[in-house]
Design a protein around this ligand. Sequence first.
Ligand SMILES: *Cc1c(COP(=O)(O)O)cnc(C)c1O
Length: 356
Amino acid sequence: MKDLDIEITLSSKKKTIPPFDQLEFGRTFTDHMFIWDYTEGKGWHDPRIVPYQSIALDPAATVFHYGQTVFEGLKAYHTKDEQILLFRPDQNMKRLNRSNDRLCIPKIDEELALSALKQLIAVDRDWVPTVEGTSLYIRPFIIATEPHLGVEPARNYRFMIILSPVGAYYKEGINPVRIAVESDYVRAVAGGTGNAKTAGNYAASLKASESASENGYSQVLWLDGKERQYIEEVGSMNIFFKINGEVITPVLNGSILEGITRKSIIELLKYWNIPVVERKISIHEVQQAYNDGLLEEAFGTGTAAVISPIGELFWQNEKLAINNGEIGQLSKKLYDSLTGIQKGTEPDPFGWTLKL
Ligand SMILES: *Cc1c(COP(=O)(O)O)cnc(C)c1O
């Protein structure tokens, strides 16, 4: 494991750490942040940890106009024996570089970026919350900073990492969510940027989420942009169905984001010898399975919630109630196992966790 030589400037005025049982998602940030600059011809230079602060950018910076930017999201967990665990952070750095490639952003050295992430968390170690279900959310991201309105890849970039202590996603037990199948808007198309973690995808998704929530649904289920029938994702999560004993998730087709939770669930299911397949699955097939009484469970997966069971799917004026609106047995088992590995209360046969 390579180490990045980082200049560290500690904050002279420490913030008050909020009570760990009252945290919201992504509103409070720790005392420090990491910055690494890129200049064409020079590469990535001047890695530094500085007090958390505003940044000054030229109003013509490419990121503001053409959205040349990528991000990642992962969590650090406090264990019972006072250790801090990261969950598959190498996978996030790999994915960051895949997103970089798609957005014409220069690659980072994955090991050095991970070293930076570990050093930043070590500096803000007291901010990793200790209350059951809480964690430290880590947001690495890169923006194009060159002041230039020409449409071409920028020559200058900034890689940053910020940290935010986040509350338990499920405070009163896991409640399945109601999901509306989206038939007007699409999230991404094959050949587009759906498989990159880049800002534009999220900006483009807001309108559909907003109308779903006006109708009492917590998120939308996205269909493919071409035939408008194959299932892609749910909100900003990957999706799984359990139909007649078999677990099915849409195969990665270029417009689906390759979730690390998704990948881990597939690996866990295989380890347990539970049938799991990655293939195209249409909304019609799901409806048919429902009509035949074979649709057993459905759930979204992602870093924030880990597993988010779907209790109802609304599609063409029909409500498909899944597992009586309750969390399914397999969803529960996957949730317990994954969160157990993440916080170090369950054995980790895959070597997924990394001690700080
Ligand atoms: C980040 C993300 C996911 C989930 O990825 P994880 O690595 O499991 O957190 C799924 N879909 C979209 C669109 C995402 O942005």
